[in-house]
Design a binder for this molecule. Structure first.
Ligand code: CU
Length: 75
């Protein structure tokens, strides 16, 4: 039996990420959500890379939290 958690990866672009402080805030914000396995953010590319369990992680809520922190995700 396969006990591995399901994992999916997505990238999101948040153009307001401008420095390492933003990166830290984004990582902290996203990392608080259940089902999030890892989160990386890059101040150069403005890209957030998220690996998560699709059965647990609520992506719309994560995007909302990012928007509330001042980093709306580009659609
Ligand atoms: Cu910043």
């Amino acid at each position: 039996m396969d006990m591995d958690m399901a994992t999916e990866m997505i990238t999101m672009k948040a153009p307001d990420i401008s420095c390492e402080h933003c990166v830290a805030t984004v990582k902290k914000t996203v990392g608080q959500f259940s089902g999030v396995q890892s989160v990386e953010a890059d101040a150069e590319t403005k890209i957030i890379t998220l690996t998560y369990d699709p059965m647990q992680a609520d992506l719309p809520r994560i995007e909302k939290a990012l928007e509330e922190e001042g980093y709306p995700v580009e659609k």
